[in-house]
Design a protein around this ligand. Structure first.
Ligand SMILES: C[S@@+](CC[C@H](N)C(=O)[O-])C[C@H]1O[C@@H](n2cnc3c(N)ncnc32)[C@H](O)[C@@H]1O
Length: 259
């Protein structure tokens, strides 16, 4: 059983890492999982992927999703784009993205958990998908250069971060001008207090660290995003929701003509 985090960023990272290392080890042993590391049969996460997204993907990989939505759908990927998946887990969304962006594009996965990275790399090799790269690191310090991707996606991960302002600033840094953020996450109503969130589930099960809708909107706007939208897709007890979040990096302003 995962112990409660000690409240430091490092403690939260370690609690979350240990939970998901154990979860993917269990899934690869018996082939099933659920949202946020909870066991399930036909998983909540798998139900979010229509046939169009499952095409050419091993059904076991769809069942091994720990997400709460389909960020590839939210990201609206185009051929040739460079996409980054924050907290890429077993690699499902990276592999679907790689197929969507095609040979001219590239899909990066970022995760801090070795067991997840090993699984994702094995899944990519088995599917013979080569325009992918999985990197180890934290979403609070993304190991990619400035303005190096067109789209950032993520599936049920940002709530797990102990430092959301750092995550939003890093997403802004790695996205090219005009780039897009399209994620799914757990979000709560504005009247659910931080203390109440801790009573609805621990940090690793996506409740204690969830942002309220207004906090999400404000956090992305203060990082410089425009056209920010947070929309609920599923309602859970106690004012908790699965949500899709969209935001855009402003385009470089037109350079005024020099007289
Ligand atoms: C709920 S699972 C979601 C995995 C995947 N997105 C999916 O939909 O199946 C959370 C994943 O995010 C990773 N993760 C959590 N916090 C992280 C952080 N701060 N930096 C990097 N990875 C993180 C975990 O290791 C785990 O693989």
């Amino acid at each position: 059983m995962t112990t409660a985090p000690d409240g430091t960023p490092e403690g939260i990272h370690e609690t979350v890492r240990a939970r998901y290392a154990a979860a993917i080890t269990e899934v690869t042993a018996d082939g099933g999982s659920g949202c946020c590391g909870r066991p399930a049969q036909e998983t909540f996460a798998a139900s979010k992927y229509s046939a169009e997204y499952r095409d050419g993907i091993d059904p076991r990989l769809v069942q091994a999703s720990f997400g709460c939505g389909n960020p590839v759908l939210v990201g609206d990927l185009k051929p040739g784009e460079r996409v980054l998946d924050l907290g890429s887990g077993g690699g499902l969304d990276v592999l679907i993205s790689a197929r969507r962006v095609g040979r001219a594009g590239r899909a990066y996965g970022l995760d801090m958990t070795d067991e997840m990275l090993e699984t994702a790399r094995a899944n990519a090799a088995e599917a013979e998908i080569t325009n992918v790269e999985f990197r180890k690191g934290h979403i609070e310090k993304i190991p990619l250069p400035n303005a190096s991707v067109d789209v950032v996606i993520s599936n049920c991960v940002i709530n797990l971060s102990p430092d959301k302002p750092a995550v939003f600033a890093e997403i802004m840094r790695v996205l090219a001008p005009g780039g897009r953020l399209g994620v799914t996450d757990i979000v709560c109503d504005d009247d659910v207090t931080a203390q109440q969130r801790t009573l609805h589930g621990d940090w690793a099960s996506c409740a204690a660290g969830a942002l309220a809708r207004g906090e999400y909107l404000a956090g992305l706007r203060s990082a410089g995003f425009v056209d920010v939208d947070v929309r609920y897709t599923d309602d859970f007890p106690h004012g908790m929701h699965a949500a899709i979040i969209r935001a855009t990096v402003p385009d470089v302003p037109d350079t005024p003509d020099v007289p």
